[in-house]
Design a protein around this ligand. Structure first.
Ligand SMILES: C[S@@+](CC[C@H](N)C(=O)[O-])C[C@H]1O[C@@H](n2cnc3c(N)ncnc32)[C@H](O)[C@@H]1O
Length: 292
């Protein structure tokens, strides 16, 4: 294929991806070419006769082959975009666009929820995309937050630390802690989590891109998918603020809202307000509690 213009390579590769069942094959091929060679989408369209060198052809062919085998795009390039920043994703769940709603919600409500410097705990942090984004966005809008990020996976935390190093100053107020859900006892103004919430029996029914490549530790929410919400409801109390309210924000799977509300209704937590938010597809997606 060396010496063939990019447009020819793109069309041959897109045909392979289409055959492998990839939707938007042409667009994905162009993105793979951009990632492999640095040739932007605009250049690909305006200079379709450009020739690639041998190294570029080799890397592009490797990327197309990986995608043909259903490796998610983000694992091929090693990163994905979240709230306008590129996050490394190795050994982590690939951040989903709907998770940005958690950040939107906190930024919209920060004046109502926090006075002064908020203490924030993110459970099940993975790449750290939520907690790191909150730290960076709050810093530009108000006081710097104190942020603790936890995950049980050391491999995920290594990626999380790399993301912190990429975007935050070395002495930033973000602490990364390996923990089975909650860290050592501290009190927080905001506790936020997108925990695993797929029913165990449904994991193998997920699309190949997810089932074969994303860490099952990041997906498996137990028999009914709700194990983590039950644990959070049971273990939360000592972490609540002793000076004001604590906001708990949880992302969840479509159709899980009522069951999670029921779990929290059965606790002795003093819930002042419930927050419900649907995603762009109008699926129930975020549940929050303002707790006294
Ligand atoms: C659905 S992913 C969320 C990742 C990230 N917060 C996001 O929204 O993109 C769930 C995360 O929970 C972590 N996890 C699984 N079991 C855990 C446990 N017992 N304690 C803490 N974290 C856990 C996984 O390693 C994974 O990173």
């Amino acid at each position: 294929m060396i010496g063939k213009p990019t447009d020819f390579l793109i069309r041959c590769s897109a045909a392979q991806l289409t055959k492998a069942g990839i939707e938007n094959a042409l667009y994905e091929t162009r993105l793979l070419l951009e990632a492999a060679t640095g040739i932007s989408l605009k250049e690909q369209l305006t200079q379709p006769d450009q020739n690639l060198n041998a190294k570029q052809v080799q890397v592009f062919a490797e990327y197309v082959e990986l995608r043909r085998n259903r490796t998610p795009f983000a694992y091929i390039t090693g990163q994905t975009e979240f709230y306008g920043r590129k996050f490394q994703v190795e050994n982590c769940l690939i951040p989903r666009p709907e998770t940005e709603l958690l950040v939107d919600l906190v930024l919209a409500k920060q004046k109502e929820w926090f006075s002064g410097k908020p203490r924030i705990l993110e459970l099940c942090t993975g790449t750290g995309c939520v907690g790191i984004t909150l730290y960076l966005e709050l810093k530009t809008e108000c006081a710097e937050a104190d942020v603790i990020l936890t995950d049980i996976s050391e491999q995920a935390l290594a990626t999380c630390r790399a993301n912190i190093m990429q975007y935050c100053e070395p002495d930033c107020q973000i602490e990364v802690v390996a923990a089975d859900l909650f860290p050592e006892l501290q009190r927080f103004d905001l506790i936020i989590a997108n925990p695993p919430y797929i029913k165990s029996e449904d994991i193998e029914k997920l699309e190949a891109d997810v089932f074969e490549y994303e860490p099952h530790l990041a997906l498996d929410g137990g028999e009914d998918g709700l194990d983590f919400y039950r644990r959070i409801a049971e273990e939360l109390k000592p972490f609540l603020s002793d000076t004001g309210n604590t906001v708990l924000l949880l992302e969840h799977g479509s159709g899980q809202r009522n069951a999670i509300k029921q779990i929290f209704a059965e606790t002795n937590l003093d819930i002042e307000k419930i927050i419900e938010l649907d995603d762009f597809q109008k699926h129930d997606r975020i549940l929050g509690f303002v707790i006294k």
